[in-house]
Design a protein around this ligand. Structure first.
Ligand SMILES: Nc1ncnc2c1ncn2[C@@H]1O[C@H](COP(=O)(O)OP(=O)(O)O)[C@@H](O)[C@H]1O
Ligand SMILES: [Mg+2]
Length: 665
């Protein structure tokens, strides 16, 4: 049974169905046959269906019964009378060994039958110790017909069942097995050939049909998935190809980038060099250059600007230009105008105090950055402020003007001096003669007075008392002063033929200072400690070709003027100071005389070298000191004389003498 079950479990569905159908059919047939037999039996029983012969035989074959029946007719008679109920029994005969009837019974109630069944049964009777033969005749029993009918019915049932089974099998095959096999076949096609295009046919709307639909749906999904997978694979392949291409491109780009980096590094280096070079150029400019942004904050600040304002680039950058250069505040409008109109603006002659406290003059030009402005990049808009120190140029210009003036005025003065010299000489000479000829000490005067009877003493007394002698003295003094002036004036035209002698400037200055000490005003000032004179001699300065007494005269002039200027200070807070320095500068020997006196206004400064220009009261200054000094330096020594002066702060005279030896004056 177990092996059958195993076989059944492993059998194909069609096999299983076949087995099931056959089993069901056989069971149904058996049940039907059983039911038929039972029904037949019950029916035969109900309707007294005749017993078959062998049953009667078994009933009467009993030796005891036979012995009893054979005892006497009386005993057998009631028994036999009751046999009529056995409708199927037609006759009963008991024969002895000689075939003689011992008992005979004929069923009269029994319908005669066309055919009868006969049986003979030998029965040994132990009581009689003889063997008798029981001969029975019975109707052909109805049960046989019934059995035949049953057999026919069974056969019909089997045949019908077989037919039904065949039909069922065919139907089952058609509606179950065929779709299942179809499904299996499709599944095989799919699994063996990976062909997802096949679809299961839906034969019926049963579970297999649903299964086919689901199978198809699943296939659709699988196919879609497969397609997706294929697509994904394609995409992945494409992506991989792209990745490869990209990798190649990246490699190429990397190479390019590396090259670009190299080039950029190179360019950067070049730019750095260029920047440095430009900074060098900007720094080496003699002008102070300051780049400002639109907001007027400093962006760049060159070396000259650092020197000029004493502020480093890092300190200046990023700050407002007006905060760093306060003197530009009053020119803010001009700078803003340059930025607004995009036009260069110039501010001339701006005085700026140097960190060394010297005042320098500057021309300031504001150049707007035209490129950045045109590029419309307001963040890059700005300007460059150029400050040119024009102090030296101004001095030179002043010196040129001065020179021109000195040449013309000097010539004029010299001419005048010549003209005045003779009449002046006459005046002085004649005054001298008058004094001499009035003198009582001269014998010639005494003789003439005696001859004319004049008391020369009385005459002198008269002259004295009338003040004529004083007048004469005044004429004498004025004449001498005038002749001094004239002599000075004559210096303008005099061509000195004296050769310049190499002279130790330091010694010369020391000697001049000694002479200056004898000057009354200076002497007093020094003694009263109101003026201090300091000297700074350059040890590198050797002998300088010059005419020593002329240089002495110049120095004396300068010291006297300085002392005067110091005295002119209204409320001096510091002591008066005169510094005298010597310095060697290239092929020049410099003598610097500076004081902290009242200083000069620009008007005065431009005129000081003019002959007769003086700010002193009439009588106390001739106005010739500086003009003569200038003439001595420029004409006789081929040097230069410059002045720098700031009102209330002081004055500095700088004399430069060429060191080239033996210059003929
Ligand atoms: N050191 C000085 N400080 C200020 N002013 C000076 C100085 N030296 C010269 N001056 C001015 O120059 C003028 C001309 O000087 P100078 O030619 O020596 O003539 P004087 O001394 O007779 O006036 C002076 O009157 C004075 O105004
Ligand atoms: Mg003077």
């Amino acid at each position: 049974m177990a092996s059958f079950r195993r076989y059944l479990a492993n059998d194909s569905i069609s096999g299983k169905l076949l087995t099931l159908l056959i089993s069901v059919t056989v069971s149904l047939v058996l049940i039907a046959c059983g039911a038929l037999t039972i029904t037949t039996y019950l029916i035969s029983k109900e309707y007294n269906i005749t017993q078959p012969l062998h049953q009667i035989e078994a009933l009467f074959g009993n030796p005891v019964l036979i012995t009893y029946l054979l005892e006497s007719p009386e005993t057998s008679k009631p028994f036999l009378a009751n046999l009529s109920s056995l409708t199927s029994l037609q006759s009963l005969n008991i024969l002895d060994a000689n075939k003689t009837s011992l008992l005979s019974y004929q069923n009269t109630e029994s319908q005669p039958e066309l055919s009868t069944e006969q049986s003979q049964l030998a029965v040994y009777l132990p009581q009689k110790k003889q063997t008798v033969t029981l001969v029975l005749a019975a109707k052909p029993s109805l049960s046989n017909v019934l059995v035949l009918a049953i057999h026919i019915a069974i056969l019909a049932i089997i045949a019908t069942a077989g037919l039904i089974c065949i039909l069922a099998i065919r139907r089952v095959k058609h509606i179950i097995i065929h779709p299942i096999l179809h499904l299996i076949e499709q599944a095989h096609t799919i699994s063996d050939y990976d062909n997802y295009n096949v679809r299961a046919t839906k034969f019926n709307n049963d579970e297999i049909g649903i299964l086919a639909t689901s199978f198809n749906k699943m296939l659709n999904k699988v196919q879609a998935r497969d397609q997706q997978l294929i697509n994904a694979k394609d995409q992945a392949e494409k992506a991989s190809q792209q990745a490869q291409t990209l990798a190649l491109e990246t490699q190429r780009t990397n190479k390019k980038l590396a090259l670009e980096v190299q080039v950029r590094t190179h360019i950067e280096q070049k730019l750095t060099d260029l920047k440095k070079y430009l900074s060098d150029i900007i720094d080496s400019m003699p002008s102070a250059l300051i780049a400002i942004e639109q907001s007027q904050h400093i962006q760049q600040w060159n070396k000259q600007a650092s020197t000029l304002f004493g502020i480093t680039e890092s300190d200046a950058c990023g700050k407002s230009v007006y905060g760093v250069i306060t003197c530009l505040k009053k020119h803010q409008d001009t700078i803003s105008k340059a930025l607004a109109l995009n036009q260069a603006q110039t501010i001339e002659k701006v005085a700026i105090k140097h960190p060394s406290q010297e005042v320098h003059y500057f021309d300031i030009v504001v150049y707007p950055l035209t490129y950045s402005a045109s590029a419309n990049n307001s963040s890059k808009k700005g300007a460059v402020i150029r400050l040119d120190d024009i102090t030296q140029r101004l001095f030179i210009e002043e010196a040129i003007v001065q020179n021109e003036k000195m040449i013309s005025v000097g010539g004029l003065a010299a001419g005048m001096a010549h003209e005045i010299n003779n009449p002046l000489g006459g005046i002085v000479h004649n005054a001298q003669n008058i004094q001499r000829r009035l003198s009582p000490s001269l014998i010639k005067n005494q003789e003439l007075a005696a001859r004319l009877h004049i008391d020369i003493q009385s005459l002198n007394q008269y002259l004295e008392e009338r003040g004529i002698s004083r007048f004469l003295n005044n004429i004498q003094d004025a004449g001498q002063r005038a002749s001094k002036i004239v002599n000075n004036m004559l210096q303008f035209s005099r061509r000195s033929n004296r050769v310049l002698q190499p002279t130790q400037l330091n010694t010369l200055i020391t000697r001049t200072l000694e002479i200056a000490h004898s000057d009354l005003a200076i002497k007093q000032s020094i003694e009263l400690n109101t003026i201090k004179i300091r000297t700074y001699f350059d040890p590198l300065l050797d002998k300088v070709p010059c005419i020593s007494n002329e240089i002495e005269q110049v120095l004396l002039n300068l010291i006297k003027n300085a002392a005067y200027a110091i005295h002119q200070r209204s409320s001096p807070l510091t002591e008066g100071l005169i510094n005298i320095k010597t310095e060697r500068k290239e092929q020049q020997a410099l003598i610097i005389v500076e004081d902290n006196g009242v200083g000069m206004t620009a008007d005065v400064r431009t005129r000081i070298f003019e002959p007769f220009f003086t700010t002193k009261e009439v009588g106390s200054g001739t106005g010739l000191g500086l003009s003569v000094s200038y003439f001595i330096i420029t004409n006789n020594h081929k040097g230069q004389m410059q002045v720098r002066s700031t009102p209330t702060e002081g004055t500095r005279f700088t004399i430069s003498l060429p060191l080239a030896a033996s210059i003929a004056a």
